[in-house]
Structures are given as C-alpha cells and as structure tokens.
Design a protein around this ligand. Structure first.
Ligand code: PAZ
Length: 361
C-alpha cells in the first residue's frame, strides 16, 4: 500500500453553506419535482412492505460547455455495471431505484441493446406475417421478458434519468434524503461515473460557442480588429500543440466538482449502507485510491476497477478487512448472463468464485 503523504491531506469537509451554494447556483433538472414525486411514492410503497431498497446510479454525467447545450464533455460509462447489478438486486429481493444517464443501458433491455445485440437480430417473421423470436433465442428472450414483466408488475423497479453533473447531484441529494426513513434498509450503490470537473454557471456561455465571428452583430468593427491582430497573431509554439492561433482555440477552464460523498454519508443518508465505485486506469494506484476514498468518506465499501479489466475483475475495499479481489474467467465476463443463469454476484457483470450475498455486505 502506498502511504498517504502530507500533500494528500484531505480538504476540509464541504460545509452546509458550500452545499447550499452549489445547489442554488446550479439549476435543478426541469423534471426534478416530477422525479421526486415518483421516487417518494416508490419509496413509501416499499417502506410500507418492509422491503430493502437500493438506489443504483449508473452511466456517466456530462459537463455542459454552454447553457443551451450543444457541446459537452462526457464521462466514460455504458451503464453495463449498473444495469446488470440492478438485475442481481431484484433477484435478491430488493426494490431498485435506478438513476441512470439518459439512453445508457437499462436492466433487462440491456440484453438486446444496439451496442451488443440488436433486438432485430433475434426476431423473424412468422408464417402469418407476425413477428416472433427465433427458435434458438426464444428461451433466453422469454426468460428476460418474464423477469422484466415481474419487476414491472410488482413495481420493483423505478427508472429515472439524468444527463449533466448538476442534474445527477440534484437527483442524488433529493432521492437519498427521501430514503432516509428507510434507515439501514437503504442501500446506495453508486456505480455512475461522475465528472470531477465542471464549468460553473457564471463562466458558462449562454449560447453555442462560436468558432468564427460570422454571426457577430458588430461584425465590421470586429473584423477590423481581427484583421489587425491576424498579422501579429500569437502562436504557442513553445508547447507541442499545433500551430493554431490562440484566438481560434477554445480554452476550457474547469473548476473541481465539490466532493459531496461526505455530505451524503453524514447528512443525506446517515444510516444507509453506502457502496461507491472507483475507476482508475493505472493499476499502481487503484487500491490506494479506493482505500483513500474509504478513509476520507467513512462509508462501507469501495469497489475498485480498472478501465481495461473492469469486465472480469474488481477489488472490494472495506473498513478493517483486507482487500478482496473478485475475478471471473474473461470468456464468462461478457456473456451478458442474467442472474438466474449465472451464480449470483454483487459486482455487476462479474461472477465471483465465492458467491456473494448483498446481505453480507
Ligand atoms: O458502465 P460501465 O459498465 O461501462 O462502467 C462501469 C464503471 C467503470 C463506470 C463503474 O464500475 C465505476 O467504476 N464507476 C465509478 C467511476 C468513477 O470512479 O467515477
């Protein structure tokens, strides 16, 4: 393990004041009130039944560059981990509130997503002109269909979308606060890939950022200035960047996204069980970063994974326990198996050599 160095001293916890500032400065998503009402009904329904409930977050958040957004920075995540894990939680009897990036993978339909298996490839035309599943695929399709219908008919799954980082944080705060009365029956499984940097609203352009001055209302005046500067244009040749005049570049200046996990652990969901994920690309720092996150936020479990190997290995880092690697053979990791056809495992699409029970976390 790499020891903490003084330069890694964590910043002070984000105060209630800073939290209020972020949430008042960054507007909520337009459907927040509707989502809160749906989430409240869902949580109350399952609380009354004494059922355990998990909030699964899934997919990547965007960082808009413009208020009327044309361009944005995205965060890697297809939603495979979240959507697969949601199916496992349903199988284990949890009600699942699935907060996901709009258009990322969803539980059940992920088996027939455009990215891997287009649903049209599983269908054929029947003799009477009807559409039916191909014989070789019908068994699996029927299984997935039944599981999907069961979850839907028993109201076990609520699916809510987000897009941007501020949408996500508003939704997360509202939903986890609603889950508070569930006490330890609430599980938060934070698999979404959340942006670390953003453009604060006061620096964000209202309209699409222009690459030319063609639409400029003070075109003539600007053109004269531009023509004058063009001749003595600045080129930053001291770095390895191409010879593009500085005036034609887009320099994006990002602030760090406030770290809200501490606020979540201490304020929004003090009794809930909280599992976060840590994605890295450098194997040398993964476990260290996961342990650091656990020490800093004092929650229950960090599941670490590497971009290149995330489909077949993860590491569980929890307080007072040695790091636990869970690995599956590579050829089994991408089969898209559903819980009833694979041994149960909590960590998304992986199957453990030792089956894991969410209750034992
Ligand atoms: O969605 P996916 O299956 O393509 O990827 C899952 C993941 C790598 C985004 C997830 O396992 C994860 O690590 N989420 C946290 C990412 C982060 O460190 O912000």
């Amino acid at each position: 393990m790499i020891p903490h160095t003084p330069s890694e001293t964590p910043p002070p916890n984000l105060s209630a004041l800073a939290e209020d500032h972020y949430f008042s400065a960054n507007p909520p998503p337009k459907d927040l009130e509707k989502h809160i009402a749906l989430a409240k009904d869902f949580i109350d329904f399952h609380a009354a039944a004494g059922r355990r409930l998990v909030l699964v977050t899934s997919g990547g958040t965007t960082v808009p560059l413009e208020k009327q957004t044309v361009r944005f920075i995205d965060n890697f995540s297809a939603g495979t981990r979240g959507a697969t894990s949601a199916e496992y939680f349903l199988e284990a009897g949890y009600a699942v509130l699935f907060l996901h990036r709009q258009f990322s993978l969803l539980p059940f339909s992920r088996h027939y997503s455009h990215a891997t298996d287009c649903f049209l490839d599983f269908l054929r035309e029947g003799p009477d002109g009807s559409v039916i599943a191909r014989d070789e695929d019908a068994g699996k399709m029927l299984h997935v269909l039944r599981k999907y219908r069961e979850a839907r008919d028993k109201k076990m799954l609520l699916v809510l979308p987000f897009v941007s980082i501020s949408d996500y944080l508003h939704e997360l705060r509202s939903i986890t606060r609603l889950m508070r009365p569930l006490g330890p029956k609430a599980l938060l499984y934070l698999a979404a890939a959340v942006s670390d940097f953003f453009v604060p609203p006061e620096r964000m352009s209202e309209h699409k950022i222009q690459s030319t001055d063609a639409a400029d209302s003070v075109l003539q005046a600007k053109k004269k200035v531009a023509a004058a500067t063009e001749e003595e244009e600045t080129f930053d040749n001291f770095d390895s960047s191409p010879k593009v005049p500085r005036s034609k570049r887009l320099v994006v200046d990002l602030d760090p996204v406030p770290k809200f996990l501490k606020n979540l652990v201490e304020g929004w969901s003090p009794e809930g069980m909280i599992v976060s994920f840590k994605l890295e690309t450098d194997p040398a720092i993964l476990v260290h970063k996961a342990r650091y996150s656990l020490d800093r936020y004092q929650h229950h479990l960090v599941i670490g994974n590497l971009l290149a190997t995330r489909k077949w290995e993860v590491v569980f880092v929890s307080p007072g326990n040695p790091d636990k690697w869970i690995r599956v053979p590579r050829n089994k990791a991408l089969t898209g198996a559903s819980p009833s056809t694979a041994s149960p495992a909590l960590a998304a699409e992986t199957q453990s050599d030792e089956p894991l029970d969410p209750k034992s976390l």
